[in-house]
Ligand binder design. Structure first.
Ligand code: BGC
Length: 393
């Protein structure tokens, strides 16, 4: 056994997002999308995990397991249900939620935008309309005014690169656009929105690190695919990473590697097992992406805001996380500042297009009764968090 110890103050959490766990989140673009006859979702989100009402118990459970942080998002569509109309009732709800998180002994890591936008935003050009930048900044200003003194860490926008490609270029996420131009506009507005949100969150009450979270993959060139890999990665990652230079942290979110040949993305390599998402089982991707984020941002501290696996086999979850953490530790030994690790996800939850089928959770949720059942990996990662160290074979 090797014992790997992490630096003092290392943040250990699990992550979730409002739309995937709260339930009855009907005023945003995803709810619309889930209910469109020609939509792409396997099933609607419905009551999700009823986290809207069960968050105090869920947070207590995470603290008992040994975690010292919890990452979750606040829902813009509840806070600003119509343009310019802010709901004190919902701001109070999120204030109670953040306060409960602290009282449970968990650092609240709050995401301001995790994939979903209010319906009124959707109906007016969504992130393609330049007006979104002011709109998003205004929402962040109002929310931070109400919540800032309690926030532990803030993530402005979750994986804008994923929304830009799937919502605006491929068309399988809302708003269902499929144009290169639309993607380019959305990308520009996400980057401008992040910059404005960064300023707004820094100017508000409280004093906490602020950053963007990015979906990253270990992009590997195959058979002379270097130029294509670089072009793909430029749009998917570099343009965002470059815009985050000087930020407090960069949120790295990694699940797998991607192989790119001269003609484009390749299917999983023969012999490499795949997960419920169809991704290659490739935990070493985390190390590669941390190194890359650190390099391209010119040494912005890295926070692993998501890493995990959708699987029915909990033993393979443990293997995946163990190997991923070995990589995190090697990065730290090499002098890269990695400040924390959040496993995605605490609960089996609504996995967007795929509905409830892919199970990423450390905790299973009965879809009828909402009863939570801990998987062995929950106690295993919780113990690592408590010890701030991992024993690996
Ligand atoms: C997203 C999560 C999602 C997870 C697993 C990330 O892309 O931030 O919302 O559930 O990956 O697919």
């Amino acid at each position: 056994m090797t014992n790997l110890t992490f630096p003092d103050g290392f943040v250990w959490g699990t992550a979730s997002a409002a739309h995937q766990v709260e339930g009855s989140n009907w005023n945003n673009d995803w709810w619309l999308w889930e209910h469109m006859p020609d939509g792409h979702c396997a099933e609607p989100s419905g009551d999700a995990c009823d986290h809207l009402f069960r968050y105090p118990d869920d947070m207590a459970m995470l603290a008992d397991l040994g975690f010292n942080a919890y990452r979750f998002s606040i829902e813009w569509a509840r806070i600003e249900p119509e343009e310019g109309e802010f709901s004190t009732q919902w701001l109070d709800h999120y204030r109670r939620m953040i306060a409960t998180c602290r009282e449970s002994g968990l650092r609240p890591i709050v995401t301001f935008h995790h994939f979903t936008s209010p319906r009124w935003v959707h109906d007016d050009g969504s992130w393609e309309n330049p007006a979104i930048v002011d709109r998003f900044a205004r929402y962040c200003e109002r929310a931070v005014e109400h919540l800032g003194d309690l926030i532990g860490t803030a993530c402005t926008i979750n994986e804008p690169n994923v929304v830009a490609i799937y919502g605006y270029r491929v068309g399988v996420f809302p708003p269902g656009r499929a144009s290169t131009e639309a993607r380019a506009k959305a990308t520009d507005h996400f980057i401008a929105g992040h910059r404005r949100a960064f300023e707004a969150l820094k100017a508000g009450p409280g004093d906490f690190p602020v950053g963007l979270t990015l979906s990253m993959a270990d992009f590997q060139a195959v058979d002379g695919g270097e130029w294509r890999r670089d072009a793909y990665r430029q749009k998917m990652e570099d343009v965002y990473l470059e815009s985050c230079r000087g930020d407090d942290f960069i949120g790295v979110q990694t699940y797998t590697r991607e192989r790119i040949g001269p003609d484009g993305r390749l299917a999983p390599e023969e012999g490499v097992p795949t997960t419920l998402m169809g991704y290659e089982f490739w935990p070493e991707a985390l190390e590669a992406t941390i190194r890359r984020a650190w390099e391209v941002t010119e040494q912005v501290p890295v926070f692993v805001t998501e890493n995990g696996i959708g699987t029915e086999d909990d033993a393979s979850r443990i293997e995946y996380v163990g190997r991923a953490l070995e990589g995190v530790h090697r990065c730290i030994e090499d002098g890269i500042e990695v400040t924390g690790y959040c496993y995605w996800s605490c609960l089996d939850n609504f996995e967007w297009l795929f509905g409830y089928r892919p199970t990423f959770g450390l905790v299973a949720v009965d879809r009828e009764t909402q009863v939570r059942t801990l998987k062995p990996s929950a106690s295993w990662i919780g113990a690592i968090a408590k010890a701030n160290a991992v024993d690996l074979p």
